[in-house]
Design a binder for this molecule. Structure first.
Ligand code: LRH
Ligand code: MN
Ligand code: MN
Length: 424
């Protein structure tokens, strides 16, 4: 174990005075401090197994050193993150990139690190060796029923892997679409997708959820068969109560009002969860909150409003997952930064005076409503997030600890220099 309690304590002692000063100053103005700290402590965000290595672009991949070479090492990496921030207590697996061949052993290792298994993800966007049919022209929407069956069977296999680990959800993201007008019959593609998903849904255990992820474009550039939240919601509604829409922040057309989408999905009780990331141009998969932090805050503002209305549990009501890729930064540092940004947005949204906001909306007081949101967003809540982490035994500044203790160098010493983790 690279990180023991002593290392964390030493780091915290070094930063404690400064932290306490900041925290005291900040908390003196917060009326519901204990409530916020409790919410922050409960909040867990799943780490994607495919983001623990250095990602690439379509022009190249520059793998980093000391990357995890198998699922056990990926779990150790998530364990490391969780030991640092106490908010990464779950992993989301992608099959077949990360097959749990010995499920009991994997479960035991995860348990010892305090890690649960979040949604399992299927992969019908790449051909695998020895596969009978190609997904070049799609999977669940394919014109050939044999290809559709192969893709359905794969999803059922993924459910079974998930069952063996204690997962409770399957996420389906399809690359199915078309790149040229005329290539595809939209209605047939949609109906084939629905029929395939119905078969998968049929194999879903009673206490599971099916997350239907949508994406506006890429890898196809003319149409995507599940292209937006409307199409995903249509499918989820037709499939039944266990099916939900999954919102990946990077999967929208530019300037889409994601917070409005979130609020309506929540109202319909069809919001499954999130793939958090950020983007400037398209599906850039950048660190959460690194480009549009106000958008992230506004999403959490809608979430708290809608979840409180439904009496939903903030911590367990939805699937909270990161879906980022890092071709320039150390993946573990990037993931720490993403989790931190998400918690900051959550903490800021918890600060919003909801009663006052309701009153301002009811009286068409635009200025007051805007001020209430901006006031919360402009509050520096980092000491609040750090205090929640400290109370759980985590590090005051996880990134600083990671760097000062040269954790990547230790991983390189263990795993070697020439390493390539499976993933995007
Ligand atoms: C492709 C994608 C998608 C999936 C992930 C595995 O866009 O990023 O978001 O969830 O690959
Ligand atoms: Mn995604
Ligand atoms: Mn994506």
């Amino acid at each position: 174990m690279i990180l023991n309690k002593q290392v964390v304590d030493q780091h915290n002692n070094q930063l404690l005075d400064k932290h306490k000063r900041n925290f005291t100053h900040l908390s003196s103005d917060i009326t519901h401090l204990d409530y916020i700290l409790e919410k922050l402590q409960q909040f867990q965000i799943a780490i994607p197994s495919w983001a623990l290595g250095t990602g690439g672009t379509r022009f190249g991949r520059f793998s980093g050193a000391g990357e995890p070479g198998n699922l056990e090492q990926k779990l150790e990496d998530v364990g490391l993150l969780h030991a640092l921030n106490k908010s990464s207590g779950a992993i989301s697996l992608h099959i077949p990139w990360d097959i749990p061949t010995d499920a009991d052993k994997i479960k035991q290792l995860a348990g010892s690190l305090g890690i649960a298994f979040d949604a399992v993800n299927s992969n019908t966007f790449q051909d695998q060796p020895h596969q009978a049919y190609s997904y070049k022209h799609g999977s669940l929407h394919h014109v050939d029923p044999r290809v559709r069956k192969q893709a359905v069977d794969h999803n059922i296999e993924v459910i079974n892997y998930g069952k063996s680990l204690g997962s409770k959800a399957l996420t389906v993201w399809l690359a199915d679409g078309s790149s040229f007008p005329g290539q595809l019959n939209f209605r047939e593609a949609f109906q084939n997708t629905l029929a395939s998903l119905q078969e998968i849904y049929h194999h879903l255990p009673e206490d599971w959820k099916l997350f239907v992820e949508y994406k506006a474009f890429e890898p196809h550039f003319y149409s995507t068969t599940i292209g937006d939240w409307g199409q995903s919601l249509l499918l989820a509604n037709k499939l039944g109560p266990k099916a939900y829409t999954l919102v990946d922040l990077g999967h929208h057309l530019p300037n889409a009002n994601i917070e409005q989408i979130v609020s309506l999905l929540l109202m319909e009780k069809k919001l499954g969860g999130f793939h958090f990331n950020d983007s400037k141009y398209a599906d850039d998969d950048l660190t959460a909150g690194s480009i549009k932090p106000y958008q992230l805050f506004l999403i959490f503002n809608e979430l708290i409003d809608g979840m409180d209305l439904h009496g939903m549990d903030h911590a367990s009501g939805l699937g909270w997952m990161i879906d980022a890729s890092h071709n320039l930064k150390d993946p573990l540092i990037d993931l720490l930064q993403s989790v931190e940004a998400i918690k900051i947005a959550y903490a800021q949204a918890l600060l919003v005076d909801r009663e006052a906001l309701k009153k301002a909306q009811q009286s068409n007081d635009i200025v007051k409503a805007q001020e209430l949101l901006q006031d919360a967003f402009r509050t520096d809540v980092r000491a609040l997030v750090a205090e929640a982490r400290l109370r759980m035994g985590g590090a005051i500044d996880p990134v600083q600890l990671f760097q000062e203790n040269e954790i990547r160098s230790q991983l390189i010493a263990e795993r070697g220099v020439n390493t390539v983790a499976t993933g995007l």
